[in-house]
Design a protein around this ligand. Sequence first.
Ligand code: ADP
Length: 327
Amino acid sequence: MKPVLVSGIKPSGRLHVGNYLGALKQFAELQGSGKYECYFFIADLHAITEPQDPQELHKNILDLFASYLAAGIEPKKSVFFLQSLVPAHSEITWILNTITPMGDLRRMTQFKEKSASQDNENAGLFDYPVLMAGDVLLYDAQTIPVGNDQLQHLELARTLARKFNAHFGKTFVEPKGLLTKTPRVMSLKDPTKKMSKSQPEGCLFLDDEPDAIRAKIARAVTDSGSEVTYDPKKKPGLSNLMDIAAGLRGEGVEAVEKKFEGKSYAEFKKALGELVSAHFAEFRKKKKELLVKPDSLIKILNEGSAEARKVAEKKMAEVKKKVGLAL
Ligand code: ADP
């Protein structure tokens, strides 16, 4: 049997270049390699840990699914599902909660950052890493392609798998993260913060129209200096833009430095604007076409969710039996 790969994205807004370079781009490549059994999901239960407008959330679910497909991930080769349509995700979270130390959750950087920046410091936000552990443990996933912001959560998933196995007997596989060469794209407005859907003002969205892309890149915060040289400490803004250029071109930052030797920041930014708008031209077109037919998107998601339910329910039955909850 092929190793299992699982990854999800929150339907909390349009996808940005960070989601693409940190996760989505490699989803398509890993699926194409034919080496994995792939499960990709829409993490709607994670999305509601931050306030969501119900109608907007529904729209975002279909928008995200269209983005997955437009980025080249194919339902014939992978199982796509909506997390809330697989109740085992919520069920396993409860059981894992009972072996999760509070101290581990209190240490989570994402919880600290998000609870500081939003009014509703809710229990779901605190418990998010346990739900994420359940997301991957349910499928015996070995490989989790994620951005660097998820590594701490993934470490908890490994800890919980070990703890459960030690206590109740071998049940779970310990998952490992798989990072891209661009695992942390920073905000265009503030290069000390990661680009995130919850801070839309710093995002370069994949379906931004060319004019918006050019304008956002032209206005992106850069640093003093004039040479296009890579130095994340002294030139975090420029270096972030260089990371984006290198990630999209599939080459190292040295190649970007070489290409722009003797050129100004303005020339580099102009070229990057053209690169980004050309790179996502096909994506924008496909996504628009897909969103015209929401019914067929819903059908594929329903079918994939039924398939995921079968796998997850089987694991859940095993878990309950091990814990002593089954009759
Ligand atoms: P967001 O923080 O924008 O809401 P999600 O939590 O839905 O994004 O993350 C979806 C995937 O994209 C995850 O694998 C995550 O690690 C990755 N990701 C998110 N933001 C970035 C970023 N700025 N750079 C690289 N990868 C990222």
